[in-house]
Structures are given as C-alpha cells and as structure tokens.
Design a protein around this ligand. Sequence first.
Ligand code: AMP
Length: 193
Amino acid sequence: MNLILLGPPGCGKGTQATYIVKKYDYVQLSTGDMLREAIKNNTPTGKVVKDVLASGKLVNNELIMQIMKEKIEETATSPGRIFDGFPRTLSQAESLNALLSQNNLSIDLLIELVVNQEELFERITKRASESESVRDDDNADVLRKRLDVYNKETKPIIAFYEKDFFVNKIDGMQDISTVNKLIDKLIENNTKH
Ligand code: AMP
C-alpha cells in the first residue's frame, strides 16, 4: 500500500500518519522528519538544509528525491508506506511516479486533509506560544511563509493527481479520532485481503 497524505502544514498529516503506522505496521516517510533528523545529527545534508527549513522555503527537488529513492528501496518489504509532506512540488510528484514504476510500485490511495487555513494558522501559532519544545519554523512569520509556499508550489499537485486518480477529501477540521476513522475506512476499502 502506497498512501499519499496531502494537505497544508499543520493539517494533521503527521498525527494521522503516526496512528496508521501503529495500526497497520506501515512506514511513515516524512521528508520533514528526515530533514530535521539530519539537522539534529549535523550531517552534511543537515548542514545544507538547516537555513532552508528555518526560512520556511522548500529544499531542492534533487536532494529530496535522492533521500526518497533510498527510502523506497529500504522499505521494499514493508506492507505499506505513508508519504507525509512529500511530494511537495509538481517536479517531485512526477519524479515519484517514475521512481515507483521503476520499482514496480504504484500509488494506491490519495487522501487530502482539507482545512480552513486561517483557522489553522491561529491554532498553530497558539500551540507554538504555549509549547515548550517549539520547532524553529512554527512561529507566525515562518508559518505564513510555509502556507504561502504550500498554496503556490504544493497545492497544484492535487489537480495533477486528479487527472489520473481519485483524491479522497477529508474535512481535517474535525476531531482527530473522526479523521482517524475516515482514513481507516479508506484504507480498509483499498487493501486487498
Ligand atoms: P514538514 O515537517 O513536512 O512541515 O516540513 C518542514 C520543512 O522541511 C518544510 O518547510 C521544508 O523546508 C522542508 N521539507 C519537508 N519536506 C519537503 C519536501 N518534500 N520538499 C522540499 N522541502 C521539504
């Protein structure tokens, strides 16, 4: 099962991915988490991307695809992969199609978590102001930038996928467990027993 979770920063992709991983034993492929890990460990990649993440801009497509190519090969025996925060550009979406077909894989399920971005913005800035372990890019300025980047660079990939696939839309403003249940149903209906 290759499942792509789409939606703007803060819409709950990570939260939902964690839940799916637990229940179905899939792997979560979050490029954001991989990049933060590289920064934490001060690897060569980490050094290159640190400022990019702090600015809210996107890391270049080549680097992201290089990381993703390795991860797809590494997870060959996994029952499923959840792509979270990837692809983020049309170029990445096209490269992912090529990468999957080279590995005899395909996209099985696409889910977009639809949220009201203004409300989301309020929610995240409030959470960041109350939390002790705040991400560098969870402040109001950078978040505004991340939402802009999402609308300009990432949102168009939904229409790109809709040419060939059905993109399942879920209202991401509902509570976490309601969203869980809806995702669950989609996975159940898409899994060959
Ligand atoms: P996220 O945790 O998915 O919100 O990602 C945090 C940051 O990592 C983004 O604002 C980007 O700077 C970078 N990033 C994560 N995934 C990608 C990707 N697929 N393409 C480019 N940049 C990414």
